[in-house]
Design a protein around this ligand. Sequence first.
Ligand code: SR1
Ligand code: MG
Length: 403
Amino acid sequence: MSEYHPLTESEAIELARRIEGVFPQGAELTCREIGDGNLNLVFHIRDEQSGRSLIVKQALPYAKVVGESWPLTLDRSRIESEALIQEGRLAPGLVPKVYKYDPDLALTVMEDLSDHIIMRSGLMQCRRYPLFADHISTFLANTLFFTSDLGMNQQEKKVQAGRFINPELCKITEDLIFDDPYTVSSNNNYDAAIEDEAEALRTDEKLHFEVALLREKFLTQGQALLHGDLHTGSIFVREDSTKVIDPEFAYYGPMGFDIGAVIGNLLLNYAGQLHWSADEASRTSYREYLLETVKSIWTQFDRKFRAHWNEKNVDRLAARAAGYQDDYMRRLLQDSIGYAGCKMVRRIVGLAHVADIDRIPDAAVREKAQRIALRIGKALIKGNRGAESIDFAIDAAREAAAA
Ligand code: SR1
Ligand code: MG
């Protein structure tokens, strides 16, 4: 047993060497720290000769994006590895394999996915992923249904929820997504050019009311085991493969939060296409691709979730109560739309931004993209409870881009 300390590259190599069945005996391993996220160290360890590699991901006892002044529990490493194992069981092939979890060093050794790219980068290169909607809707339908009271033993679910109490990471979300953007906060971070937008967010009472309802659900509704941070930087893709990573924010919460995270991040890229597309025609085409993907994710999720409900439901009343399934799916759609909007707003004015918008080099274009993203985000938040179809989100995106 070793006491917790941030690993050096040579320690990461020694640890990787001890994982059975990955590297040949005596292999010459190389190591690079490649973590570009907000919180953790990520070591990529490789044997050039055999081409074999793996990832050692270690939690730091503070939020890397801010520094040591923001302490953060190491228990998130346990939550992440347990969530990955659950997700791998429920959605085979859609998460990396876990080789080892070390509670003392707060690290997980897992499959290397360097033959994939982070989806956010792929979208910034205007690449298309024809199987993504199918894959991510399966991931969402399976992980959400089978960890909910509809799909698993309801007493076991309560025990399970206890293992995923994640107060410190939930607090990050509660503050950064559901509070800071709507008030004056030292966490906020936005370009001076959109001060008027930030001011409008602080004074819009209808918006505050809707965000308060969504925040209340996030705080109180333990509907299913969520990934908890399912943005396009938490998804690796290839044309033929999708892998969801980084579930350290996992907890039992409202299902729409995960679905909304995917949709909101696709729409952030939609706003950023002002820059990433080479010309007007390719922008129109790529934006249509993004909107079709949003529609397809919801449509396939809805079909797959209902199929689980009809075939695998463990709740007798839910199985026969007339109209309950339709009502449940309508509420789920509305939550997803509302949370998608919250995710968009926080990435423009809050602490942690997204490259789809921030890496736009021209300040005027960036400002325009930020305003489009905020317009979409606010429309989704304000309209979520009246939405009857995913077309509501698609129309909101088109209108915001045309305005
Ligand atoms: C302090 S952590 C900032 C953000 O990074 C993570 O990916 C989450 O989205 C969190 O809100
Ligand atoms: Mg992450």
